[in-house]
Design a protein around this ligand. Structure first.
Ligand code: WQD
Length: 343
């Protein structure tokens, strides 16, 4: 069993939920995080929920001058696998700063590969994204769908998937799973960990949550003239705890000596529109969610949701929590932590 796991970006929104599920599965963790978009308090909350300590290395995988110390620490930790979540992830920012995104996201992946190679730890789960599909496929989208990211952030995910496939082709000892996330939302039922964006949220759910708690005046709905059932964008929202359990399922799959590199969707397999999401959050929070219709956002697509049958077939994993659970858990986190970890 991959018992000793490096989790890059482990203090982040998805990373913290992955760490909680890894501890619950009996694994030991070394978190590598530079806290550029996360908070050290999240580590304390992970240990509180998991009732066990984790090791932490504050480091920037994208900083070449830190590579040697990262390699040494991963070897000293006696890692036998890794989950790689660290990276820049703002689509709009990536359009404005493409070189920074390529250097950071691809550089971080290459440094992690160097460390894992040195430790002889050849099991890796990579945080990829449904954004690699663009708007090129009919829904539900399968892993065999055409890929073609429409922004530098999405292209970093695509290129890292290809790098990992080349690594697995060159050395059959590697077992790699590229997890293509759809839209993670929600929070752990304890209300102690959750999404805590650094500044104005780019994503729908954290923005809605901040409107509900009174931190934002109203939601701007980016377009209601899409060819969807109510004109607003449709996405496959997946509870972040279901997503986190999918990572443990991927490691368990690799533990069965499955080698090579595969792509696997992690989605609920159904879509909700923006208006449906607002209505669900109102039900969960019993708060009004004022909104206005605004122009479409550059780069947005109308509708995408997953065919999640491959994860079911290979991992025995399916998303279990519905949109009302996602909203209730997201709201609990936001209500109990109105300023995120800073509160
Ligand atoms: C969802 C829907 C918007 C905000 C992005 C990244 C993707 C992944 C997940 C990292 C869309 C609408 C949103 C708002 C709105 N991130 N919306 N008002 O764009 O599907 O995916 O996050 O991997 O890479 O692209 O998610 O939450 O931004 O938008 O109307 O203030 O909500 O138009 O229809 P998206 P999102």
């Amino acid at each position: 069993m991959t018992k000793r796991i490096v989790v890059t970006g482990g203090a982040g929104y998805i990373g913290s939920h992955v760490c909680v599920e890894l501890l619950a599965s009996g694994r030991d963790i070394l978190i590598i995080d530079n806290f550029s978009n996360s908070h050290p308090e999240a580590i304390a909350r992970i240990e509180e929920i998991g009732e066990r300590n984790v090791e932490v290395l504050e480091a920037d995988l994208a900083d070449a001058s830190q590579a040697n110390s990262i390699v040494e620490r991963v070897k000293a930790f006696r890692a036998d696998g890794a989950i790689h979540l660290a990276g820049l992830k703002a689509v709009g920012e990536s359009v404005v700063q493409p070189a920074r995104y390529y250097q950071t996201n691809i550089g971080s992946a290459l440094t992690l590969l160097q460390a894992l190679e040195a430790a002889g730890a050849k099991s890796l789960v990579f945080s990829s994204s449904a954004t690699v599909y663009g708007e090129l496929n009919d829904n539900p989208v399968t892993e065999e769908g055409r890929t073609g990211a429409t922004n530098p952030y999405g292209r970093t995910k695509l290129y890292i998937e290809e790098i990992l496939k080349d690594v697995a082709s060159a050395d059959g000892a590697w077992g790699i799973v590229n997890l293509r996330y759809f839209n993670p939302v929600g929070a752990h039922s304890s209300g102690r960990i959750g999404e805590d964006p650094n500044d104005i949220p780019n994503n729908l759910f954290p923005f809605i949550a901040q409107v509900a708690v009174g931190r934002r005046e109203k939601l701007s709905i980016f377009g209601n003239d899409y060819p969807t059932r109510d004109g607003t964008g449709v996405r496959d929202y997946i509870h972040v705890v279901d997503l986190a359990k999918g990572h443990v399922a991927a490691l368990d799959y690799l533990d069965k000596d499955n080698r090579g590199a595969i792509d696997v969707n992690l989605g609920a397999g159904k879509g909700y529109s923006v208006l449906e999401s607002v209505a669900a959050f109102k039900r969960a929070s019993n708060r009004d969610i004022p909104y206005e219709i605004a122009p479409r956002r550059e780069g947005d697509i109308a509708e995408i949701y997953a065919d999640a049958s491959k994860a079911k077939k290979l991992f025995g994993w399916t998303a279990e929590k519905d949109i009302d659970a996602m909203c209730a858990d997201h709201w609990r986190w936001q209500r109990e932590n109105p300023e995120g970890y800073r509160s």
